[in-house]
Design a protein around this ligand. Structure first.
Ligand code: KIV
Ligand code: ZN
Length: 519
């Protein structure tokens, strides 16, 4: 059995399916480049047929990102397979990933098709994909709730027509580690040809078992695992890739498998994904949480000060965390120090770009003697906003009055898509409400604020506030971020950034579809 475990990262596809996450093509490019730096084996760049934006992202990643295999998801439908191929054909190492529901529950209630018709669809579409590309993955969706004999037959048939990876999808997070191992052993014993393909698993986290199930699968022979950075994804998310990687790395004595991944790129990847998606990483999250390497109790601190191995099973540097004794960045820091720290946070810049950022860094350092990692992230957010976010409306000024006896009132001035400046004003149930209503009046549409988080990202009274806002419109959710020493201004930025994403999605929805409907 091969000793190498391959990682398929689906942050850009299944991860993007998390409620409220919508990434621009430019943001997906940034993540894909970082995943290549981290040396994941396969990047699932998107679902090409699902929208023109997804098609463009998959195609740009295929053409521009080198190293990993670049894969597009595809339903078992001719138009999807064709769109997937058209999007990935520029890649040095392309892969088409065809999926189709295998469980009776899905076939009866969702597909509403006869099981033999579904079997034929799987065979036909894997053959079609094989006509384009040697590397074809097939996923029986909801495999863990599928009748075993039917599943064996389906897998055997798609292997016969050329599937090279079989991915057992625990779509609804139903599996239990020991039971999942039995299932995978049974598959290996009962499916002819399975020994000639890569056995993969794709676990969701509905019962909080996605990582445990993935590791259990590796123990019994799975040699590809799928997951997302920070465990983002549909509902409770996908298996957290960094947790699986570090379990295999830290317990090589137990698993005895090899990995290609550069573990020191884990932390930069985590920060980048968190920033772009607006999904904060919980402080006690394994591997990448803020507290993952912090020791609070006296006894633990005493031990760690004597030798870190007393209370740490891996070194923070192994996952790319800044070493304990950090260089303090301030106005005497040079470009090299700034560049190194930015890399730790997932920003990869060339010399020219560093020179551009350095000027802004010096301006900030003039106001603040010590620049923290969060300050740098805000500075870079500001720097990147205009290049990676859709900007239909740009915020020029915001003015508001408020107080315990006043009616909160706000005036905003925005620059519209035609370059014209537009001003409007509104009252509201508080200054944030007034500002959002004023923006609505300029933009000509509205949205409901679903979630509103304010974080103080720097210390002291002059602290910069970071606002993450999730807005809802017709069942769709969009996230926006803003940062300013004034949290009302930060809220206006965040609301407008989410609004701009909504307007971009409306525009994209108006474009003709890429794929076709099932035939
Ligand atoms: O969860 C799932 O079943 C999937 C498939 C498309 C692999 O994401
Ligand atoms: Zn999934």
């Amino acid at each position: 059995m091969a000793s190498q475990v391959k990682f398929l990262d689906t942050t850009l596809r299944d991860g993007e399916q998390s409620a409220g996450i919508g990434m621009t093509v430019e943001e997906k490019m940034q993540i894909a480049r970082q995943l290549a730096r981290m040396k994941v084996d396969i990047i699932e760049a998107g679902f090409a047929a699902s929208s023109p934006g997804d098609f463009e992202a998959v195609s740009r990643i295929a053409n521009e990102v080198e190293g990993p295999i670049i894969c597009s998801l595809s339903r078992a439908v001719a138009g999807d397979v064709d769109a997937a191929w058209n999007a990935i054909k520029g890649a040095k190492k392309p892969r088409i990933h065809v999926f189709l529901s295998s469980s009776e529950i899905h076939q009866m209630h969702q597909l509403r098709k006869d099981r033999e018709d579904v079997m034929n669809m799987a065979v036909d579409m894997v053959s079609r994909a094989k006509g384009y590309c040697d590397d074809v993955e097939f996923s029986p969706m909801d495999a863990t709730r599928t009748n075993r004999d039917y599943l064996y037959r389906m897998l055997e048939e798609v292997i016969k027509v050329g599937a090279t990876t079989i991915n057992i999808a625990d779509t609804v997070g139903y599996a239990i580690p020991s039971d999942f191992q039995t299932m995978l052993n049974d598959i290996q014993q009962n499916v002819r040809g399975i020994e000639n393909v890569t056995l993969s698993v794709h676990c969701h986290n509905d019962l909080g078992l996605a990582v445990s199930n993935s590791l259990a699968a590796i123990e019994v022979g799975a040699r590809q695992v799928e997951g997302c950075i920070n465990g983002i994804g549909e509902r409770a998310g996908n298996a957290s890739l960094e947790e699986i990687i570090m379990a295999l790395d830290t317990r090589k004595d137990f698993f005895g498998v090899d990995l290609n991944v550069d573990t020191t790129q884990i932390y930069p990847s985590s920060r980048l994904v968190s920033r772009i998606t607006g999904m904060n990483v919980q402080a006690n999250k394994a591997i990448v949480g803020e507290n993952a390497f912090r020791h609070a109790s006296g006894i633990h601190q005493d031990g760690v000060l004597k030798d870190r191995s007393t209370y740490e099973v891996m070194k923070p540097e192994r996952v790319g965390l800044p070493p304990d004794v950090q260089l303090v960045l301030g106005k005497l820091s040079g470009r090299a120090g700034l560049q190194a720290r930015l890399e730790t946070l997932g920003f990869s810049l060339d010399r020219e770009e560093v020179t551009g950022v350095y000027q802004r860094f010096l301006e900030l350092a003039d106001k603040k003697p010590e620049i923290t990692d969060r300050d740098l992230e805000i500075l870079m957010d500001e720097e990147n906003r205009s290049t990676s976010e859709p900007v239909t409306y740009a915020l020029e000024t915001v003015h508001f009055t408020s107080g315990d006896k006043d009616i909160p009132t706000a005036t905003v001035r925005l620059i519209g898509p035609d370059g014209e400046t537009r001003t409007d004003a509104s009252t509201g149930n508080g200054p944030v409400d007034a500002v959002c209503r004023a923006i609505d009046r300029v933009v000509g549409t509205t949205a409901r604020i679903e979630d509103f988080q304010v974080q103080a990202v720097t210390e002291g009274r002059d602290s910069v506030g970071s606002v993450t806002m999730r807005i809802e419109n017709s069942g769709r959710i969009f996230t926006g971020r803003g940062a300013n020493t004034d949290i009302i201004v930060a809220s206006a930025q965040a609301y407008l950034s989410a609004m701009n994403r909504m307007l971009a999605a409306d525009e994209e929805a108006a474009l003709p579809a890429v794929g076709t409907t099932p035939d």
